[in-house]
Design a protein around this ligand. Structure first.
Ligand SMILES: Cc1cc2nc3c(=O)[nH]c(=O)nc-3n(C[C@H](O)[C@H](O)[C@H](O)COP(=O)(O)OP(=O)(O)OC[C@H]3O[C@@H](n4cnc5c(N)ncnc54)[C@H](O)[C@@H]3O)c2cc1C
Length: 459
């Protein structure tokens, strides 16, 4: 029997497993995916947000804790646990060094809408290279790894986990570890569960990451009365190209065109300020906004010059020489589209457009306004991309304390149960999202959970 059983095979699980093993515990990982699909959403990632008081290659300049925290407050609207958020921010530097010391290589951010060189360190080779490096470390350290091993239940008795049941090689098995780390992600791939919160709309969501995020362990723990945090409708959801696959489309299906165009729904109506803020701060609201529209669909409309300003889509643009032609190709009412574009163009200022930053080039007298980058859509061909909500991860999770201990309904820690990553991210993220914060939460809490679980197992 392992001292520490880690459930899940993504970044949070790997950070926990490596930390527990380094602290002297014997460790086993149970990953529900097969080997070629291992590492959940983590394999889709590109960067981690890191606090630093001096330049730390590849990170430029400084990113102090206070600025990091202010950025978080802005996107969450204050819906965060200050103590846990500060812990993640302050330990993000060490977590970054930890990843580096276990074979993860970093590179600087690209320019353009992804200009994050000061705040976010990018993984050289992307999330796949990151998880491959961590798996190689785990194997070298003698951590037992079981793929195709789905945990069915984590049985809570007398304030501690008694045993863990899982399915592997067609058989039902069980283990009695001394301590358990739950790092099995959110429930975003479980459309039935999403439907409980979102109704029929959930059927139109694209799940950007792993299909293995079924939330089985989370549901099981909730049913046994552990304390939860977060609201089941809150999640990280972006606008993806509506032609994206239902599952696992990854980063390339996201569309970054929104700040440089307008977004209309099936009635050819605008419904939100497309120019609220720059990409890393606002992109994660658009999935929710589109989910609230009829049919959960929308279109971003721009003109040819705007296409030079955002990362090209992996899907072809829908183009036409006239707005009427574009409306016809999209199945939208042509007079309604012409009217909305006309009133938008008339509300745009004559000058002041600057794609390089928040330019304050705002519409005048338009509702909803466009607060930045309001440039007329006037130079053919006219361009559109269809959009639908792309869910990244859910925020409903288990409640933890600063030792990553899962809390019960009376806010007492469950004796030998720890959690890290998306399954507890709602403890910190009440709403909104800051690019690179998911990996910061998973790496910091993964390390804490691993160390604490190993300490518990030894005593
Ligand atoms: C396309 C995309 C891009 C992203 N880019 C970034 C980024 O650049 N920076 C950033 O900070 N965040 C990013 N994120 C979010 C980031 O992926 C997550 O915050 C982070 O990876 C969470 O790590 P985790 O280990 O908690 O979950 P995951 O990596 O999803 O791992 C969960 C694991 O649990 C396993 N599992 C599930 N149920 C069970 C079960 N019952 N039994 C056993 N195993 C189970 C799954 O197979 C999976 O391996 C991105 C997400 C997506 C989808």
């Amino acid at each position: 029997m392992p001292d520490v059983l880690v459930i899940g095979g993504g970044n949070a699980a790997l950070c926990a497993a490596i930390s527990a093993r380094a602290a002297g515990a014997s460790v086993m990982i149970l990953e529900s995916a097969p080997r070629h699909m291992r590492a959940g959403n983590s394999r889709h990632t590109r960067n981690i947000r890191v606090m630093h008081t001096t330049p730390q290659a590849p990170l430029l300049g400084q990113y102090e804790a206070s600025e990091y925290f202010d950025d978080l407050l802005k996107v969450t609207g204050g819906r965060t646990d200050t103590g846990l958020a500060t812990l993640v921010i302050e330990q993000s530097t060490e977590a970054f060094q930890f990843l580096r010391s276990h074979g993860v290589h970093f590179q600087r951010a690209l320019s353009g809408t992804l200009n994050l060189s000061r705040t976010n360190a990018f993984f050289l080779g992307g999330g796949k290279a990151l998880v491959n490096a961590l798996y190689a470390t785990a194997e070298r350290m003698g951590i037992a790894i079981r793929y195709d091993a789905e945990v069915q239940s984590v049985v809570l008795r007398d304030q501690r986990i008694g045993f863990v049941e899982f399915q592997s090689e067609g058989e039902h098995k069980s283990l009695i570890p001394k301590a358990v780390v739950a790092a099995s992600g959110g429930f975003q791939a479980n459309l039935e569960w999403l439907g409980e919160a979102w109704g029929d709309a959930a059927a139109n969501f694209a799940v950007r990451g792993t299909p293995y995020a079924q939330g089985k362990v989370l549901r099981n723990l909730i049913e046994q009365g552990v304390a939860t945090v977060g609201d089941p409708t809150q999640c990280h959801a972006v606008a993806v190209d509506a032609r994206a696959p239902q599952f696992d489309g990854g980063i390339v299906t996201r569309l970054d065109a929104i700040p440089f165009g307008i977004v209309v729904n099936v009635r050819a109506e605008r419904f939100h300020d497309e120019g609220e803020d720059i990409w890393p701060k606002r992109y994660a609201i658009w999935g929710r906004l589109i989910a609230e529209q009829p049919g959960q669909c929308a279109w971003v409309i721009c003109d040819k010059p705007a296409t030079a300003l955002f990362m090209p889509s992996c899907y072809p643009a829908i183009e036409a020489d006239t707005l009427e032609g574009l409306a016809e190709r999209l199945g939208l009412d042509a007079p309604a589209l012409a009217k909305i574009v006309g009133s938008f163009n008339a509300a745009c200022p004559k000058s002041g457009f600057d794609a390089a930053g928040l330019d304050g080039c705002a519409t005048v007298g338009l509702s909803p306004p466009k607060s930045n980058w309001a440039a007329p859509i006037a130079t053919p061909p006219f361009i559109a991309y269809p959009l639908r909500p792309g869910i990244t991860f859910t925020y409903l999770g288990v409640k933890v304390d600063r030792h990553a201990r899962v809390q019960d309904a009376t806010d007492q820690p469950v004796d030998n149960l720890y959690a890290a990553g998306e399954i507890m991210a709602g403890s910190i993220l009440g709403q909104g999202y800051l690019a690179g914060f998911g990996m910061a939460i998973g790496s910091v809490f993964g390390r804490i959970a691993g160390q604490e679980a190993a300490r518990h197992a030894r005593t």
